[in-house]
Write a protein that binds this ligand. Structure first.
Ligand code: K7E
Ligand code: CUA
Length: 658
């Protein structure tokens, strides 16, 4: 065992030396016309929206391409005090899970919804890699509209990847763990017996986008890494990369690299669907949260689901097949025709390309090399179309231009390599600064890529920007790929640590009926205050409800007395503006919750528990008018048991009481 380890590591070092990790000409890679290609004049729009995962930030950021301008950060899995996400009473249920309120996550992949294999601009999905969750962002509002927890999973990395009509978004578990039913006080060294993989097939309702775990496939205990749906001829199939087929539980960097080949798991999901329709799924108990945002009440609700339908793949002979793939595969990408499946072994010095037709023939003729825990293993050669030889070192991810070319990112040799899918010849290579992870071409995972730009998301920045202490911004690099040769035209720093990203032509999203404001007449919030005349403060025991409005440039009411220590105060602030881009903020001195940012026509609630008597100023945090600074007020907090009556006012001081 020791010998295998040290030879494989020695081989990596030897090859790394051939492909120097850090290209030498790091300073001078951009030529003169590059600036013009990435330039978007003031007042002009970008050509593409670029949706970028935030990694450990748990959020998603939106950039314009080709300018690299940051347009928005969408709070998804992590709380955001700037926007009150996870702090306002309305949004708190969005972050509820079977573990309680989980205010953060690790978001790796964005996946845009598709119709007929093309991006349709309706939703972007994202994965929570830590506490297994899927999020759906509504591109009419650029807000997170739904978060669904995934049962029987741990480390939702192989996720979210969708089919060509977003019939399903899949989510494969990164860690195999005991099923929720059997989970508890389990010995780690019982891995082989007790640990299982689960792949969730999450259906997406056509009109509303609502997600539901339609069924799960229970698989042998391996680590699922990434996935892609088949398309065109391979629609109905899904392909997952897996590693740790060694089933190690410790020192995986060595122990999960023992075997020369791990697997790509091919799943016939149409077959699985048939079994589910025929009632073959087993109802399994599991607790997982399903959180949905209601646009009309502007409030989230969290529901705990109780069971899930599971198919154990061992019991069905024709759902799942393994295909050997060298060296701990990471990316598993399907070309626009659906015929070619590209596996990227993190430690491999070649790229295997599998053929969908050959996989089908292998299954028909049972061209197998034994089985893995009862699942047939297709012979490597019978599934293989061919190998890209010596492309670089450490291939991770591949996208396509729809013109017969593939682009693969190489982490170790720090480059993007363009190659031809038919003859598997390398056509071009460009350095990245440094150590690229994912790369992304608009539509590059779909049937119809829009091949003008490629963005590389790099893991190491080192000398690219002014230094900022020990932590540096991650860097994206934009390449023009419209010609034969790739050309670097822009570097731009990013939020968090981007992994995958997707882009779509701007018009698809800009013209999708985006919401500019919430119509007050359609606001069904239970604590809506329709006009200043209805502003009031009410008490129920120790709960105080403030029905407050905001409009340029005052709150109603703006003087409140009679709040006592021990009270729970709920400020339900309705922004009465009916104009695009006039939010108001709301903040109170000493509030240990957050501020609010309230869109026109929206009602949002801040819970405040004052801890001591005193005068507590409140104010608007969003510069809304010339007299924004005047948008302020006072709240008097009296000791517990005080007799100060509950009063409120606007425009005149409340009558003096002592
Ligand atoms: Cu390669 Cu999490 Cu998709 Cu990072 S993953 S790069
Ligand atoms: Cu409202 Cu500033």
């Amino acid at each position: 065992m020791k010998i295998i380890q040290s030879t494989s590591i020695a081989a990596i070092i030897a090859i790394s030396a051939l492909y120097s990790c850090k290209p030498k000409n790091s300073g001078s890679a951009v030529s003169g016309d590059a600036a013009a290609k990435a330039y978007v004049a003031p007042g002009k729009y970008d050509e593409y929206y670029n949706f970028v995962s935030g990694g450990f930030s748990g959020q998603m950021s939106v950039y314009g391409l080709p300018s690299g301008r940051l347009l928005r950060v969408i709070p998804v899995f992590s709380v955001d005090p700037e926007k009150g996400w996870g702090y306002s009473e309305e949004t708190k249920p969005m972050l509820n899970t079977s573990h309680g309120f989980v205010p953060w996550d690790d978001l790796h992949h964005t996946e845009m919804s598709q119709t007929n294999g093309e991006i349709d601009g309706k939703w972007v999905f994202a994965n929570g890699n830590n506490t297994p969750r899927l999020a759906r962002i509504d591109l009419k509002t650029f807000r997170t509209a739904e978060i669904l927890e995934l049962p029987n999973s741990a480390g939702n990395h192989s996720s979210p990847f969708g089919t060509e009509n977003s019939e399903y978004i899949v989510a494969g578990t990164r860690f195999s763990v005991p099923s929720d039913e059997d989970n508890g006080d389990v010995a780690i060294n019982s891995y082989k017996k007790n640990f299982k993989g689960h792949i969730s097939f999450v259906s997406v309702a056509k009109e509303t986008g609502e997600m539901k775990v339609a069924f799960q496939l229970k698989t042998p205990g391996v680590n699922f890494d990434l996935a892609r749906a088949g398309k065109g001829k391979s629609h109905g199939w899904f392909f997952f990369s897996c590693y740790n087929t060694e089933q190690a539980s410790t020192l995986l960097e060595v122990n999960a690299s023992q075997k020369d080949k791990d697997f790509i798991m091919a799943v016939n999901w149409k077959k699985a669907e048939e079994y589910i329709k025929a009632g073959k799924g087993k109802k399994v108990k599991a607790k997982y949260a399903h959180n949905t945002w209601n646009e009309s009440t502007q409030t989230a609700t969290s529901k705990m689901e109780e069971e899930v339908l599971v198919l154990d793949v061992k019991e069905f002979k024709d759902i799942v097949y393994f295909i050997p793939c060298p060296k701990s595969p990471h990316g598993c990408d399907v070309d626009p025709t659906g015929e070619y499946i590209v596996g990227s072994g993190k430690l491999a010095a070649l790229i295997p390309v599998f053929s969908f037709d050959k996989i089908q023939q292998s299954i028909a003729s049972k061209s197998y090399d034994g089985d893995y825990e009862g699942i047939p293993v297709i012979k490597y050669e019978s599934a293989l179309y061919g190998e890209v030889k010596k492309p670089g070192l450490g291939p991770l991810h591949t996208e396509f231009d729809g013109k017969g070319n593939a682009y693969t990112s190489f982490f170790v040799s720090s480059e993007v390599v363009k190659w031809n899918i038919k003859d598997l010849k390398v056509l071009d290579r460009v350095p990245t600064y440094y150590s690229v992870g994912h790369l992304s071409i608009p539509g590059g995972n779909t049937k119809k890529p829009s091949p003008k730009y490629l963005v590389a998301y790099n893991k190491i920045t080192k000398d690219r920007y002014l230094p900022t202490g020990p932590e540096l911004a991650q860097s994206a690099q934009l390449y023009d790929i419209s010609g034969d040769k790739m050309q670097l035209i822009l570097d731009y720093p990013t939020i968090g640590e981007p992994h995958y990203a997707q882009s779509a032509p701007a018009d698809i999203i800009r013209n999708n009926g985006q919401l500019k404001l919430y119509k007050l007449s359609e606001n069904k919030h239970p604590y809506l205050t329709m006009g200043e005349a209805n502003a009031k403060v009410t008490r129920e025991g120790n709960k105080v409800h403030v029905y407050m409005t905001s409009i340029r440039s005052h709150f109603a009411p703006d003087n409140i007395e009679g709040i006592k220590v021990g009270d729970e105060v709920y400020f339900h602030v309705t922004n009465l503006e009916q104009d695009w881009d006039v939010p108001h903020g709301f903040a109170i001195k000493g509030a240990d919750n957050a501020e609010l940012l309230i869109m026109p026509g929206e009602t949002t609630t801040l819970k405040w528990v004052p801890k001591k008597p005193g005068m507590f100023p409140m104010y608007c945090t969003d510069f809304c008018s010339a007299l924004h600074q005047e948008m302020q007020g006072y709240i008097r907090v009296s000791p517990a048991g005080s007799n100060v009556p509950l009063t409120f006012s606007l425009g005149k001081p409340v009558p003096e009481t002592k």
